[in-house]
Design a binder for this molecule. Structure first.
Ligand code: FPP
Length: 289
């Protein structure tokens, strides 16, 4: 019975905290089902989900994760009942107000991916404030995706790039993936190494379409409000247990527009052959990107 699955699972395997992924992205799914199973309104599931986001984000900061990106509200979520949308907006407001009051202590850097303009003005102002206050912080960077959709992001980037071409600031003959990534909401942020989706759904649902090109995926039946630190350990341990993949000719794993990726420990090692793509000129693992 999925409801009790978390309790039945084996203890979480050990995580190598010196070899954490640099960037984890999470689709916080399953709030509605979590509430339904308890005979509660869906909004109670979102409240539990928001609380869990706080717990997991704090834990990610504590273990030294560099980037955490969460899908909080998609471009499609406006189609939900007004009451549910309002409740999610209220939870976001509550979270941001609390985040502001703890920012100096936590030093978490907050960013937002998505077009914020359709959000309530008060929420837009809070997003700007948290971004402004935390922009110099060096702790974990938390990217909250709000009114975000991967296709929407790509269309916006394509439009902005086309405009730059028309106005002579860009030349299509010289377009590279790295250059194009500079037009995305995620510019300057390395691509996620690990994308986690709880709740048993096996889809990307328009989340970080460009950025997750080379990400590892971890799916679990556990619903987001029940996704504990131990679940996070399971996801990270699964990631760490997978054969490392050499990510690209340049030795970079991502096209985040300015940061190098986690190529160093994501290289393929063949016994006796050195490190693929590394300075020692080891052999490459072909094809499996
Ligand atoms: C998906 O579950 C979840 C959402 C659409 C909203 C996520 C929002 C929060 C966790 C609260 C606010 C966020 C922050 C960052 C404070 P679902 O409703 O689709 O669940 P279901 O698939 O079980 O119906």
């Amino acid at each position: 019975m999925p409801f009790f699955k978390a309790k039945e699972q084996a203890p979480a395997p050990a995580v190598d905290f010196d070899r954490l992924p640099r960037h984890i992205a999470i689709i916080m799914d399953g709030n509605g089902r979590w509430a339904q199973k308890r005979g509660l309104p869906r909004t109670a599931g979102h409240a539990a989900g928001a609380e869990n986001f706080r717990t997991i984000a704090t834990y990610c900061k504590d273990i030294g994760l560099e980037y955490l990106t969460v899908y909080a509200f998609s471009t499609e979520n406006w189609k939900r009942p007004a009451e549910e949308v309002g409740a999610i907006m209220g939870l976001l407001k509550k979270y941001l107000l609390e985040a502001i009051s703890r920012m100096e202590r936590d030093r978490v850097k907050m960013e937002f991916f998505g077009d914020l303009s359709p959000l309530p003005q008060e929420l837009q102002d809070l997003c700007r404030r948290t971004r402004e206050i935390s922009k110099g912080y060096d702790g974990c960077q938390v990217n909250v995706c709000l009114n975000y959709g991967g296709r929407d992001e790509l269309l916006r980037a394509a439009r902005a790039y086309a405009q730059d071409c028309v106005e002579g600031r860009a030349d299509p003959n010289h377009l590279t993936a790295e250059h194009f990534a500079g037009y995305l909401f995620s510019r300057g942020v390395p691509d996620p190494d690990l994308v986690i989706r709880p709740s048993g759904e096996l889809r990307l649902s328009n989340f970080l379409l460009w950025q997750s090109a080379y990400a590892e995926f971890y799916f679990t039946d556990v619903l987001w409000p029940d996704f504990t630190k131990e679940e996070l350990h399971r996801a990270i341990a699964a990631y760490q247990g997978r054969p490392p993949v050499w990510r690209g000719l340049s030795g970079k794993t991502n096209f985040g527009g300015g940061h190098s990726g986690s190529a160093v420990f994501r290289c393929t090692v063949f016994p006796g052959a050195g490190v693929a793509g590394g300075a020692d000129g080891g052999h490459l693992r072909p094809g499996l990107l």
